[in-house]
Ligand binder design. Structure first.
Ligand SMILES: [Zn+2]
Length: 536
């Protein structure tokens, strides 16, 4: 079924698709009703946030009608967010209910109505992240991941300007801990309580984008990383053996069964243990290879959770699907974030890799080529064993359109900061003029009015003696332009071309991030046209 779905789409012909379906059914040693069904075209999946869905039956209905018109088959709806807040009426986790959803239930509003549109609703959970003030973190500080200094991810900073990192990553390994006491019970409650189509994992990994090699060195992990690799026997633990130099190559003597864990391990502090686990050597004078076991441990912990959630959900209802939003390259993400997802076929119903432009260097044309190549490689990595829907985030397609706004805002900031300083002010003014020239090149063709409005505000800000409020009005207008641009400011062809590029990599469908950005960027009609085209 999986393979057939993809192939039917690629041939674009129902007949060919049906034949493949028959062939697939026969290959599996069964024929029957499945063989008669028309092949489904490639799927269209959509991520949606609670505000996109709405809070009243009318709003929800309008959202679903819009999605159905665009050919959306499945919606991944956020039910547990980055701060650990939840959007359903929970029996057990009421403390975590999002403030604005105390008297409404997103899943209850959405699931039965979606069925009428033949749209499946998947409960999307941000798995291992919590907010600083979240109820579960405050009550269980020791469930958080720790770095070698014994600090949580709240101690991390982002970017060169070192913005504080506002989220706490929870340890996936500890038992009892966050995974078995909080996350799995949440998944169980959703699976029992709602007629959802599935559970969707996100942030199912370690915090490698902010700190690849710093987590987790909590007490549990310090004891269990060496244990996972069996660096020391538990029986006759005091009996140590050295490497026997039988082979000429130093590391070839690994099989002589040396005791790898240093003596007096228990006397070492967290920093020393972490340093050994990252930079130590299995063979004295050999290469510093110890971190291999650290990475393998992390991969094992994430694998284990994916498997456990699969086992749990399938026991409750075998028809429920498990899916995951994953980084684009499973080989590299195994090393950096413990997410070796190309091994998840046994516990996964479909993948939605986030092949977003923000994860690729280069211009738009380069992105299109890399999206195609990456998608083809992803299909190779999983051996086409499960459906894979190429993930495209619409917002990031528009770097060329957004950057001029951001640059002009930065230049206006500089102008403001320069005050009366003649030389600095002249430099900032030149940057504002240049920034405005570039922005107007994209803005004027789509809206003469907005172009005039911005030009007027730029001139006012540049006028000698312009006050703080004048520069602030320009900044406000630019922020508004970023949020609510005129129609056509974001060329819909970019979305159409990204979808076509991903399709050339032969995935089983497309996943779009997100419903809200489709609205902001005025892209629903383009999506509708594209999905109609590929299903012709
Ligand atoms: Zn840990």
């Amino acid at each position: 079924m999986t393979r057939t779905t993809g192939k039917a789409w690629r041939t674009g012909a129902c007949l060919a698709g049906s034949l493949l379906l028959v062939a697939a059914a026969m290959a599996q040693g069964r024929a029957g009703p499945a063989a008669q069904e028309p092949a489904r075209a490639g799927k269209l999946v959509l991520w949606a946030h609670p505000p996109d869905v709405g809070r009243t039956p009318e709003e929800v209905e309008a959202f679903l009608a819009r999605a159905a018109r665009s050919g959306v088959d499945d919606i991944l709806v956020l039910v547990k967010g980055m701060s650990g807040e939840i959007y359903w009426q929970s029996d057990r986790f009421q403390d975590s209910t999002a403030a604005a959803w105390k008297d409404a239930d997103l899943l209850e509003l959405l699931v039965p109505r979606a069925r009428k549109h033949k749209i499946g609703i998947h409960a999307w959970l941000v798995d291992f992240v919590e907010g600083q003030r979240s109820a579960v973190y405050q009550k269980n500080l020791h469930w958080a991941q720790l770095n070698p200094a014994g600090e949580t991810t709240l101690s991390e900073t982002l970017g060169v300007e070192r913005r504080p990192y506002p989220y706490v990553w929870m340890c996936p390994a500890q038992r009892p801990g966050y995974t078995d006491q909080w996350l799995l019970p949440m998944i169980e409650e959703i699976a029992r309580k709602y007629d959802v189509a599935g559970i969707h994992h996100d942030y199912v990994r370690y915090p490698g984008d902010v700190a690849p090699d710093a987590y987790c060195f909590c007490d549990y992990c310090l004891a269990n990383i060496p244990r996972h690799a069996m660096l020391q026997y538990e029986a006759r633990a005091s009996q140590r053996s050295r490497v026997r130099p039988v082979q000429e190559r130093l590391e070839a003597n690994w099989w002589s069964d040396p005791t790898v864990q240093p003596p007096e391990w228990d006397q070492r502090d967290r920093r020393e243990k972490a340093d050994f686990l990252l930079n130590g050597r299995t063979t004295p004078l050999g290469p510093p290879d110890m971190r291999y076991f650290f990475y393998d441990y992390r991969v094992h912990q994430i694998d284990r959770f994916v498997r456990e959630s699969w086992d749990l959900v399938k026991k409750i209802n075998p028809r429920l699907e498990i899916s995951s939003a994953v980084f684009r390259n499973p080989v590299q993400s195994a090393r950096y974030i413990g997410q070796q997802w190309h091994g998840w076929n046994p516990w996964t119903d479909f993948y939605t890799p986030m092949s977003y432009r923000s994860h690729f260097a280069g211009d738009f044309e380069t992105y299109l080529e890399r999206l195609e190549e990456t998608t083809a490689r992803q299909m190779e990595w999983i051996g086409r064993g499960r459906p894979l829907y190429a993930g495209i985030a619409t917002t990031y397609l528009y770097r060329e359109e957004q950057e001029p706004i951001d640059n002009l805002r930065a230049a206006a900031d500089r102008l403001h900061a320069a005050g009366a300083d003649g030389e600095e002010r002249a430099k900032a003014a030149a940057a504002v003029r240049e920034g405005h020239r570039v922005l107007d090149g994209t803005l004027r063709p789509v809206s003469a009015d907005r172009s005039k409005e911005i030009a007027h505000l730029v001139e006012a800000a540049l006028a000698p003696g312009a006050d703080r409020a004048t520069v602030e009005s320009l900044d406000k207008a630019l922020a508004e332009l970023r949020l609510r641009p005129p129609a056509g400011f974001y060329p819909p062809e970019k979305l159409t071309r990204a979808i076509a590029a991903a399709q050339r990599g032969n995935p089983d469908g497309i996943a779009i991030f997100s419903a809200g950005s489709l609205t902001r960027e005025d892209l629903w009609p383009a999506l509708e046209a594209a999905s109609r085209e590929w299903r012709r």
